[in-house]
Design a protein around this ligand. Structure first.
Ligand code: NAD
Length: 470
């Protein structure tokens, strides 16, 4: 048992637990009202403040805040509102012959008291996105956003306090210690978005109570560019996907694997698009963000220094400014396999270019690393695309594009093994926060009753008939 003197969140947890059955039995209309409240707050009441907070925390350009935060949450809400009635309905399934006399269905019941722990790179989207699914499914929820984006977290606290009773949704601000204390509590489900290393800590804590988990993690997402690809179009998309939010995106292309013969042409195309998007002086571009903290700024600088020490060549960019946590978009090549840039998730505006001589070499390179959250393919050759998909594993893939699979609420979003466990968005998020409860209703004599004890030669024969025919 957790000692209330030691754990400051036990009281809040118990209050939510006490209301769990009530919240869990809320109807469609109630849940729609909750979603409408949240939508109005994001779209109207707090929209301006959200954009300001993101500007302060991440230097996030307004258009990016609109598209990657507000649009994503509102989209998730609209999608949930459109389908919630269907999701909440009993789902009838077939009943086998051997069970004649009964009918079967399952329903989605809320898991109960859930914990959402979120990261800093898209603070609103990655906190309120899962919250939409949890509310739609009828749960009580405690939310713990990241301490790295204090303006955003403080505003989210204001929004949650304004909209919800704490026995239904509560937001707890705090650093790692707050997370650790929350993780001691016997939540019914934990939805964590963050790094694979912390994901392991979360899963270990969940195991203590056998809480189910959804882990939305990260890692190194490769991008393959083959000889047949339209290099200019590929560069246009890769540079957009990589340098949005200054590269601090879980699904950004972590590194490019490119056919040796087309590397220099590709680098030229990338240079062109970097200049087009952010001008030749990205520091004064209003379309380019900043690194979230001095710790991450120093981390990224050390990756660059390490790569250069090992003989890498900076193809473009590299200007930095510690006081504003600015790092200009960097393309880097000739990397040693030992370099940190090729072994750790980068999560910043540095794009390594790695060359290959054969497609099989590229596939083997990817498969030697952890299974990625995303894998992107730029190619015009159908057989090559199919071959890469068949021979690799990834949470998601875009063909001749990147990042955008995240925005389709009809698709499951999530990783595989090191990049995540479980899926989110749309019905997949609703399912993550629901228990699929199987129900069999006996409405008349069940044929299986003929096989109840005491057993006889006749029942033995009947059992054989059942195995063979039913
Ligand atoms: P993080 O794992 O450091 O932190 C995430 C959350 O966990 C924060 O709220 C933090 O307070 C908490 N936390 C940190 N250390 C903890 C500990 N020891 N015990 C308990 N809680 C702890 O991740 P981050 O730096 O905020 O985000 C970057 C990582 O998240 C990257 O790996 C990125 O790929 C991943 N990410 C994944 C997705 C996705 O949807 N799959 C989205 C965004 C980010």
């Amino acid at each position: 048992m957790v000692d209330i003197e030691i754990n400051p969140y036990l009281k809040l947890f118990q209050k939510q637990k006490n209301r769990q059955l009530k919240i869990g039995s809320t109807n469609y209309k109630y849940r729609i009202d909750q979603l409408n409240k949240l939508q109005f707050a994001i779209e109207k009441t707090y929209r301006k403040q959200i954009i300001e907070a993101l500007q302060k925390d991440l230097g996030k350009p307004k258009v990016e805040s609109e598209l990657t935060e507000i649009y994503q949450i509102v989209g998730e809400i609209k999608h949930a509102k459109k389908y919630l009635h269907k999701w909440m309905r009993q789902q009838k399934v077939k009943t086998p012959m051997a069970m004649i006399g009964s009918s079967s269905y399952y329903l989605h019941e809320p898991k109960g008291v859930c914990l959402i722990i979120s990261p800093w790179n898209f603070p609103f989207n990655l906190t309120f996105g899962p919250l939409v699914s949890a509310l739609a499914a009828g749960n009580n929820i405690i939310v713990k956003p990241s301490e790295m984006t204090p303006h955003s977290s403080a505003l989210m606290k204001t929004i949650v306090d304004d909209l919800f009773d704490e026995t239904e949704v509560a937001l707890v601000e705090g650093e790692v210690e707050a997370s650790t204390q929350l993780l001691e509590l016997p939540f019914n489900h934990i939805f964590f978005t963050g790094s694979p290393n912390v994901g392991k800590i979360v899963m270990t804590a969940a195991a203590k109570h056998l809480a189910s988990v959804t882990l939305e993690l990260g890692g190194k997402s490769p991008t393959i560019v083959d000889k047949s690809a339209n290099l200019d179009k590929a560069a246009k998309k890769i540079i957009w996907g990589k340098f949005m939010n200054a590269g601090q995106i879980c699904v950004s292309p972590d590194y490019v694997l490119i056919d040796e013969g087309i590397k220099s042409k590709f680098v030229e195309a990338c240079k062109k698009w970097i200049t087009y998007y952010f001008s030749s002086a990205p520091k004064s571009s209003s379309s380019y963000g900043r690194i979230v903290s001095s710790k991450h700024f120093e981390r990224l600088k050390s990756y660059i220094a390490n790569a250069e020490d090992l003989g890498a060549k900076i193809e473009v960019g590299g200007e930095t400014e510690a006081s504003t946590q600015f790092i200009a978009p960097i393309l880097i090549s000739n990397l040693s396999e030992e370099s940190t840039l090729l072994n750790q998730e980068i999560f910043g505006p540095i794009l390594p270019i790695v060359t290959y001589n054969s497609l099989e070499e590229a596939i083997a390179y990817i498969n030697a690393k952890e299974r990625p959250l995303a894998l992107y393919i730029y190619s015009k050759t159908r057989s090559t695309i199919q071959h890469i998909i068949k021979k690799t594993k990834a949470g998601g893939t875009c063909i001749n594009n990147n990042v955008v699979h995240y925005t389709n609420h009809n698709l499951p979003f999530g990783g595989v093994n090191n990049s995540g466990i479980g899926k989110s968005h749309g019905v997949y998020g609703f399912k993550a926060f629901s228990n699929q409860r199987a129900i069999v209703k006996q409405y008349t004599f069940g044929i299986n009753e003929l096989l109840f004890p005491p057993y006889s030669r006749f029942k033995e024969k009947l059992a054989k008939v059942t195995v063979k025919w039913f």
